[in-house]
Design a binder for this molecule. Structure first.
Ligand SMILES: Cc1ncc(COP(=O)(O)O)c(C=O)c1O
Length: 452
């Protein structure tokens, strides 16, 4: 039975009500209703269940967040227990035990290697707001350690979020070009993951970064990158040596190095942090998404001690030096409790190891698809995988995802790249189902278009 054969249609009325009142992110509402959006009512493990009782495997971890699966009993219990004790208190002037414990846990897990130790945690709400905080910290750091440096170095095709600072350091034209007149000063460098640059892309990117730093180095407060893989670009993985070069060049020119691990953190690439693949530590690390395992919105900036130190001053010292930045819900206790439970279960069950094995299995199962005439490339790292399909229409990637949905697998494309990024604990049978549904979906779209 395919999904559209289902007899019940609660979805239809909910979609009509949704269309009457809701404006969704990254959504073209002119076609929203025609595309029959999924109205999710419940979730369990890797499954999303809609208001008509139809089940869909969550093939993109609910926008790259889900680690253990939905409604995990231990995370649910931790949130409920926290709710009975403390719902919220401001992190401006008070503190609380889950916030302290989570900071300790994050610091203990932080990547080690070439670069400073990360010793302090600044909380934010979403990935974008963590990036925003990191950019402001980097700029203020330059201001307080010598001379204000107003520029950031960013990679082409980068994605760091949708607030204006994050957009400024992005390089995804479809998402970012409109806003360029509003943005901070940045210098773009070719991406080491950009296939259009050919086999020498890594050397090209390193050479470009070197010459940009030579030309602008003393005005650059930070270099920001998504380490090892540019997710929203369409899973552009790249060589670890680029990160080692970025560390060296940032140091040589007195700039900070920011790793944006919002997508890659918490096991997604088969290691706790993508930075571990390169043995490099940044001065600032942003994380979000998987931190709470997909339960509640939380993000953080991990900072090196030398960065934190530059913000210290006692009354009477020159300048307040304080980081005047924060949000009403910064460090919310429920979010911190969810993150603590997620990270505890991840450690107890070696979920990072599970993710490494899942990534290998997915790649092996997907391998035969690489020869499919409608597949241009399969790329990625760990459980972050992109299957680039050859465009046959304006929405080929989307059509493939719709065909997968009819087979009970929920996927979301980035242009013509179908993203495969399931919960880290996905079982073997469900992994098989995901890959089979994707292969059949690609065939279905090809057959439909050949006939048309
Ligand atoms: C690398 C990276 N940074 C930042 C963000 C923005 O995170 P959020 O959507 O939580 O604001 C994303 C989101 O996909 C991301 O992939």
């Amino acid at each position: 039975m395919t999904i559209s054969d289902s007899a019940s249609h609660n979805s239809t009325s909910w979609v009509a009500r949704d269309a009457a009142s809701v404006w969704h992110p990254f959504t073209q509402h002119a076609t929203w209703v025609d595309d029959e959006p999924t109205v999710v009512e419940r979730a369990e493990g890797p499954w999303l269940i809609d208001v008509d009782g139809r089940r869909y495997l969550d093939g993109v971890s609910s926008l790259w967040t889900t680690t253990l699966g939905h409604c995990h009993p231990e995370v649910n219990a931790a949130i409920t227990a926290q709710l009975a004790k403390l719902d919220h208190t401001t992190f401006l002037g008070t503190t609380h035990t889950p916030g302290i414990e989570l900071a300790e846990t994050l610091i203990a897990s932080a990547p080690r290697g070439d670069g400073p130790e990360l010793t302090k945690v600044f909380y934010a709400g979403d990935g974008s707001s963590a990036v925003e905080a990191a950019l402001k910290i980097a700029y203020q750091y330059s201001h307080q350690t010598g001379r204000a440096r107003p520029k950031f170095v960013r990679l082409q095709h980068a994605y760091h979020g949708d607030t204006l600072g994050a957009v400024a350091v992005g390089g995804h034209d479809l998402f970012h070009a409109t806003y360029r007149p509003l943005l901070l000063e940045t210098v773009g460098v070719p991406s080491p993951g950009d296939r259009a640059l050919g086999e020498d892309r890594n050397a090209t990117a390193v050479a470009a970064l070197r010459s940009v730093m030579r030309a602008h180095g003393d005005e650059v407060c930070a270099v920001i990158v998504e380490p090892m893989i540019q997710g929203a670009a369409g899973m552009f993985d790249y060589d670890a040596s680029f990160l080692r070069a970025a560390r060296e060049l940032a140091d040589a020119h007195g700039a900070l190095l920011i790793f944006d691990e919002v997508a890659t953190g918490f096991g997604r690439t088969g290691t706790m942090w993508a930075a571990e693949h390169a043995g490099v530590a940044p001065d600032l690390l942003t994380c979000g998404k998987g931190i709470t395992g997909g339960y509640l919105p939380l993000s953080a900036v991990l900072a090196a001690e030398h960065v934190y130190d530059a913000f210290l001053a006692r009354p009477g010292d020159t300048g307040p030096r304080t980081f005047f930045h924060g949000h009403t819900y910064t460090g919310n206790p429920l979010c911190c409790a969810a993150a603590l439970a997620n990270l505890r279960v991840m450690a107890e069950q070696d979920v990072v190891g599970q993710a490494a094995r899942l990534g290998e299995r997915l790649r092996k199962l997907l391998e035969p698809l690489a020869d499919h005439e409608q597949v241009a490339e399969i790329r990625g790292l760990g459980t972050m995988i992109g299957v680039e399909v050859r465009p046959r229409s304006a929405r080929t990637g989307f059509d493939v995802c719709q065909a997968a949905r009819r087979r009970g697998v929920w996927l979301r494309p980035l242009g013509d790249t179908v993203i495969v990024m399931p919960p880290l604990t996905l079982a073997e049978a469900e992994t098989d189902l995901l890959v089979t549904a994707l292969a059949e979906a690609i065939d279905e779209v090809r057959t439909a278009e050949v006939r048309a």
